[in-house]
Design a protein around this ligand. Structure first.
Ligand code: ZN
Length: 94
């Protein structure tokens, strides 16, 4: 699971949390100063906005990666492609 960087609005400390959790309404405690940070889509704080934007981006990339995986050929097909590539290089050596 991918994580994003979060900067604490109080102590400015940087820590990481999972992108999947960082959604509107989420809150978590800063590991350094223990202040509770609230993550809301309408937050005006640049640190919170940045963390939420990064989390959205990571979740989007994950969705796209999963879509590519689903669209990709079966593992068997991948293996035979690798095999034929090896065969071609052997032919060149001959
Ligand atoms: Zn802090």
């Amino acid at each position: 699971m991918s994580s994003v960087q979060i900067q604490c609005t109080r102590c400015k400390g940087v820590f990481r949390d999972r992108a999947g959790r960082l959604q509107d309404g989420y809150s978590r405690q800063c590991p350094s100063c223990e202040v509770v940070l609230f993550f809301a889509e309408d937050s005006q704080h640049p640190f919170v906005k940045r963390a939420m934007r990064d989390a959205r981006k990571v979740r989007k990339e994950q969705r796209e990666a999963e879509a590519v995986k689903r669209a990709a050929p079966e593992p068997q097909a991948t293996q035979s492609r690798r095999f034929s590539g090896r065969t071609r290089s052997m032919e060149r050596e001959d």
